[in-house]
Ligand binder design. Structure first.
Ligand SMILES: CC(C)(COP(=O)(O)OP(=O)(O)OC[C@H]1O[C@@H](n2cnc3c(N)ncnc32)[C@H](O)[C@@H]1OP(=O)(O)O)[C@@H](O)C(=O)NCCC(=O)NCCS
Length: 362
């Protein structure tokens, strides 16, 4: 039988995104976007994307999201980068010190077979607590335990696991990692480089406890993590913050607002205020001029005929929505129009107590 390579692939599934203050909003999560090299630039992605977003919006979903291999593809479809992550390496060894976490609890090694269940439990806590978190597909546990990874399309040998247990004996942090052995310099000596595969922590105290544990592994001279919250307390907890090098910085979530009033209602707001905003949507799914009124009771965004105070594209709203982007910087870059004083008001309105953070690739 002849092997048939599809001209294009495109998948989406319903998941949830934490939109702040503990609200989990149902969202269209898009993945597996490919077009056969010989079929590119013929409008296949455009047709698939338009059909998917239109269908999701028609079902009443307010948000769509994806993670992107290239940053130049999705803005034209109304997606804006909405969460970021950094890679980091901590130099341990003599002179390294990390302050003890404030909350009670302890880290213990974990049998790898038991890790997926613990990861699911800890992820549920993280997902409920972290603005910007996406729900986690099942294959993420396979990646974390080294069974098979969609990110590396292979397995990872020699994965270890450990978990942090809170004062009542429930897991609130979990890490999987490998140990790479290398020469330490002295005669016959060797040192270990600890490489995190996945770390999930329900709160900062558990995160710091896991870093302390990894740094205390015998002969460890470094701990590297592919993902760290850009606002992690880790540098502040170190006696010598210069031992922590940020090795990369990348966008993770790309967010697409499908229904402006619905999404603004579903957002957890940390501030209050009123603003008339114009949102331009190149695909015509949502957009218009809205009178946004945010109070402690919630937000309303009614279509209005009033003159907008600020004007922005839907991809820009996607970058503002979870609290990542600074409207003043975006205005300076030409992405938001309006008087500086109204742009400053937009900044106050969209400011969040905590920066968004997502750990889920899909
Ligand atoms: C990215 C990809 C899916 C685009 O598919 P496609 O069917 O060729 O896209 P379309 O023909 O619908 O083009 C849509 C627009 O995107 C642009 N575009 C396509 N691929 C692009 C790329 N890699 N970078 C920047 N722009 C791109 C096109 O020029 C076109 O722009 P225009 O509307 O201004 O003319 C395809 O190039 C691909 O499979 N790339 C390799 C895999 C990949 O990167 N997948 C994305 C995973 S997140």
């Amino acid at each position: 039988m002849a092997r048939r390579t599809p001209y294009a692939t495109f998948a989406s599934f319903d998941g949830t995104i934490n939109t702040g203050r503990g609200h989990l909003e149902r969202a269209d999560l898009i993945t597996d976007v490919t077009v056969r090299p010989s079929a590119r630039r013929n409008g296949l992605l455009t047709a698939l994307m338009r059909a998917d977003l239109t269908e999701a919006a028609g079902r009443g979903l307010t948000l769509a999201a994806l993670t992107a291999t290239e940053a130049t593809i999705y803005r034209r479809f109304g997606f804006g980068p909405a969460t970021e992550t950094v890679g980091a390496t901590l130099r341990t060894g003599p002179g390294h010190g990390l302050r003890a976490p404030a909350r009670p609890g302890a880290v213990h090694e974990l049998d790898l077979d038991a890790a997926p269940e613990v990861m699911d439990r800890v992820f549920a806590l993280f997902h409920a607590a972290s603005r910007g978190s996406h729900s986690r597909p099942a294959w993420c546990n396979d990646h974390a335990t080294g069974v098979w990874s969609a990110l590396t399309t292979g397995s990872i040998e020699g994965v270890h696991a450990a978990a942090h247990w809170d004062g009542r004996g429930a897991p609130d942090g979990v890490v999987t990692f490998t140990l790479r052995r290398g020469p330490a310099g002295g005669h016959g000596d060797y040192a270990l480089d600890v490489e995190v595969v996945e770390m999930i922590a329900a709160h900062e105290s558990a995160e710091l406890a896991l870093w302390r544990y990894l740094a205390s592994i015998d002969l460890a001279r470094s701990v590297s993590a592919p993902h760290l919250n850009p606002n992690s307390p880790l540098p502040w907890a170190l006696d010598d913050p210069r031992r922590l090098a940020r090795t990369s910085r990348e966008d993770l979530t790309w967010l697409r607002i499908l229904d402006v009033p619905g999404a603004l209602r579903a957002r957890g707001w940390d501030g209050c205020g009123r603003l008339t905003m114009e949102v331009r949507d190149p695909l015509g799914l949502s957009g218009g001029v809205f009178a946004l009124d945010v109070s402690p009771e919630g937000a309303e965004a009614a279509p209005t005929g009033a003159r907008p105070e600020v004007s922005l594209g839907i991809a820009t709203l996607g970058s503002l929505y979870l609290g990542l982007a600074d409207p003043v910087a975006m205005a300076a870059a030409g992405l938001i129009e309006g008087d500086p004083e109204r742009v400053a008001a937009l900044r106050v309105l969209f400011a969040t107590d905590r920066a968004p953070y997502n750990i889920t690739y899909f």
